[in-house]
Design a binder for this molecule. Structure first.
Ligand SMILES: [Ca+2]
Length: 372
């Protein structure tokens, strides 16, 4: 019973636990946000944008919701590694170019965000402003490779063929927290971006070789290369092979894929990978092992891992499925916030005020004390 109570009480300390089929509360519906005493940073700058976390004990990543300070719906906004010790990511997200216009996903209409029941899979669904495309991203931390996988599906919902689509995956990794000393290169033979800082390395790639790339410099500031985000705006990347952060904001990268056409009702599917390692060989090996997996198998592996974990817990007695789902999510969150060396982390994010309001470790200890 003690364990049960701990989990229920822990939920009081958690935020952003939307699960599939539940509606996202819109900011205007959250009247309490405007009335309770706000964190001072929130009051000045707005709430943190964190939607949900996915983690494997070695790293933890966060996906943004559609509102809050600097929010970019569906963007990956934190990558804590190794063992949740340091954030290496400013943000990473997709964009699509057609009819002479680039739209980043977070500029489109956000339909829904959810966490797939009893997994760490974070789903974000969008519709293009012209209502022609549906886009769905599923982000998950792999169990057996330090890789965040993004599974992306693009469906043509219109009655006509859409020609010459170009898809982009933009990433602004800031290795070792600040990206100033980073270097970035695109490796044409492997088709991946290689991001290096001190003692941490990232491989960014997909399961399909990109036709375009850019190793860029953030805001072109004190770097030798054109900004990789701005570069995508005309649908054409400069194919620069390497960039260095210098004393500026760091380096950013972009991978571009071309779709000749998407017929009415047709769906295009691609997987992206952000793989971490101590050096370029380790991150590339992680990328390779992730790439060898089919998305269906990743989903299956994720379901069975958490099924196994949840099977160890006491079953709640006399509670309905709605409460049981919340209980299972609490158990998953507690495991996600336990590093593989046994450390239970204070908070899954470094941003305020979510940091201030999200204390699974302290909450659990308090709940456990109260329950005993
Ligand atoms: Ca360009």
């Amino acid at each position: 019973m003690k364990k049960l109570t701990t989990c229920f009480l822990t939920l009081v300390f958690l935020s952003a636990c939307n699960t599939e089929n539940s509606n996202i509360p819109l900011p205007e519906e959250q009247s309490e946000l405007t009335t309770f005493k706000r964190d001072i940073i929130s009051r000045a700058l707005g709430d943190a944008p964190n939607f949900a976390q996915t983690a494997n004990g070695n790293f933890s990543a966060v996906v943004s919701r559609g509102y809050g300070r600097g929010a970019k719906a569906g963007a990956i906004i934190e990558f804590l590694y190794p063992l949740y010790a340091r954030d290496h990511l400013w943000d990473a997200y997709n964009g699509i170019y057609y009819n002479d216009k680039l739209s980043w996903f977070h500029e489109m209409n956000l339909l829904k965000q959810s966490v797939k029941d009893d997994t760490g899979i974070i789903i974000s669904e969008f519709k293009s402003k012209d209502n022609k495309l549906n886009l769905k991203t599923s982000d998950v931390a792999l169990r057996d490779s330090d890789t965040l996988v993004r599974h992306l599906e693009i469906t043509n919902k219109s009655n006509e063929t859409i020609n010459n689509l170009k898809l982009f995956f933009y990433e602004f990794l800031t290795v070792n927290y600040l990206g100033a000393g980073d270097s970035l290169s695109f490796e044409p033979e492997k088709g991946v971006l290689n991001h290096s800082g001190s003692n941490v390395n990232f491989t960014v790639g997909s399961d399909q070789k990109p036709e375009q790339w850019q190793a860029g410099g953030a805001e072109n500031l004190l770097t030798n290369a054109y900004d990789a985000r701005k570069d995508a705006e005309d649908g054409k990347l400069k194919n620069n092979l390497s960039s260095k952060g210098g004393a500026g904001l760091g380096v950013n990268g972009n991978l571009g894929h071309s779709l000749k056409s998407l017929k009415a009702g047709e769906k295009f599917v691609i997987n992206y990978y952000i793989s971490a390692g101590k050096n370029s060989q380790e991150s590339f090996n992680n990328y390779n092992s992730a790439r060898a997996k089919k998305w269906e198998n990743i989903e299956q592996q994720e379901l069975s891992f958490w099924k196994n974990w949840l099977a160890k817990a006491k079953k709640p007695v006399g509670t309905d499925e709605r409460i049981n789902r919340v209980y299972r999510r609490a158990l998953i969150t507690l495991k996600q916030d336990t590093a593989n060396n046994g450390a239970v982390i204070a908070s899954p994010t470094l941003l305020t005020p979510v940091y201030a309001f999200t204390w699974p470790r302290d909450g659990s200890v308090t709940a456990s004390f109260l329950a005993s």
